[in-house]
Design a protein around this ligand. Structure first.
Ligand SMILES: CC(=O)N[C@@H](Cc1ccccc1Cl)C(=O)N1CCC[C@]12C=C[C@@H]1CC[C@@H](C(=O)N[C@@H]3C(=O)N4[C@@H](C=C[C@H]3C)CC[C@H]4C(=O)O)N1C2=O
Length: 112
């Protein structure tokens, strides 16, 4: 995390991007598996969703949450959103993790 940022939530989730051509969800970063996904709060009032793949350590998501984001809870363990030409999906390891994360994101959204 950058200076002036703190993690206000961390969960394990599979980070997916929807490929419009193949009409398939693809693992972000190209490697199947779970990532540790943080919601970071910045002292300037902004929020980022940042995820590191557990095996490869690569950053698989680094998303600044825009005001008015439509965070869609498709199922109790799969949440998704659209931004510009991308569709992101989080496949959570548990309903609890999904609920914790969506509460944190919705809490952030109501401050923007
Ligand atoms: C108006 C609008 O944009 N609507 C979007 C959704 C949306 C609504 C509102 C705001 C934002 C957004 Cl993002 C839409 O419908 N979108 C966004 C792109 C993809 C999709 C379009 C078609 C397909 C059909 C099946 C469905 C899907 O992917 N379901 C999941 C699923 O098949 N999987 C994932 C898990 C569980 C399921 C829930 C894990 C991996 C795979 C699997 O289970 O193997 N789709 C979508 O969600």
């Amino acid at each position: 995390m950058a200076d002036g940022e703190q993690s206000i939530g961390q969960v394990k989730a599979i980070v997916l991007l929807y490929d419009d051509n193949s009409k398939k969800w693809m693992p972000s970063g190209g490697v199947q598996g779970f990532s540790l996904v943080h919601l970071y709060e910045n002292v300037n009032g902004s929020y980022r969703i940042v995820g590191h793949h557990c095996q490869t350590r690569q950053v698989v998501i680094n998303f600044s949450i825009p005001k008015g984001l439509n965070y869609h809870e498709a199922t109790p363990t799969f949440h998704q959103w659209r931004f510009k030409q991308l569709v992101y999906g989080l496949n959570f390891g548990s309903e609890e993790d999904a609920a914790v994360f969506s509460a944190a994101v919705k809490g952030a959204l109501c401050t923007l």
